[in-house]
Write a protein that binds this ligand. Sequence first.
Ligand SMILES: CCCSc1c(F)c(F)c(S(=O)(=O)NC)c(F)c1F
Ligand SMILES: [Zn+2]
Length: 236
Amino acid sequence: PYLVPVVILIVGPATWVEKFPEARGTRQSPVDIVTSRASSGGSAPPLVWRYSVNHPRSVVNPGYCWRVDENGYDSELRGGPLGSDVYKLQQWHCHWGSVNGEGSEHTVDGRAFSGELHLVHWNTSKYNSFTEAAGQPDGLAVLGVLLMVGSKHDELDKVVRLLPYIQHKGDKVTFSEPLNPANLLPKRIAYWTYPGSLTTPPCTESVTWILFKEPVQVSAEQVRLNLCYYVNGKNV
Ligand SMILES: CCCSc1c(F)c(F)c(S(=O)(=O)NC)c(F)c1F
Ligand SMILES: [Zn+2]
């Protein structure tokens, strides 16, 4: 019998440590939220946010999800675990899986959700740019919203309906329809918070994670549209 050379290409999180040493760190995300081990927030001040609504936004296909850039327009996130610093929304993006019911980055008591929305903010009280903040332990604050299949999400649909126009990595479409990122958040704003990292390379440990407890509903069609375009991070 002939010896057939077999090349096994190993990619993915297990190899990230070779190129991105931060991935070997002590505050790596995502994590499984073990609800029984979460301590109560005590006397933390309320988490408050304000976003601009009527400004042009662009939806970009970075190759692993879709991303909406805020193009520098004004916004504020403060309070909660963020001390006295004020953070500004830089971009928001979504993670979907290849199968419905999987795809969230975080899990709760071992349960995955159909997707996870991330609103990425940077610390404007201490740093001069997003890039600078992204390298600092208190540089970023990401609001995480768990997505589950249910009723159609009208605000998110303003982006989902544009996905057919950005099917290839690098594609970008700009829209000026009014959109309030606050409408992407759940009604109940109870959350878990922990110091963590980017969940993709360079896995920098610069993220204060704020993960809302209440999932937000999106329709099965909205999940399908996302899955059509980003299966395992690849456009199909
Ligand atoms: C220099 C970072 C590139 S911007 C970025 C990102 F691309 C990303 F994906 C996440 S994530 O929320 O950790 N989701 C993986 C972030 F927080 C980010 F800031
Ligand atoms: Zn993300």
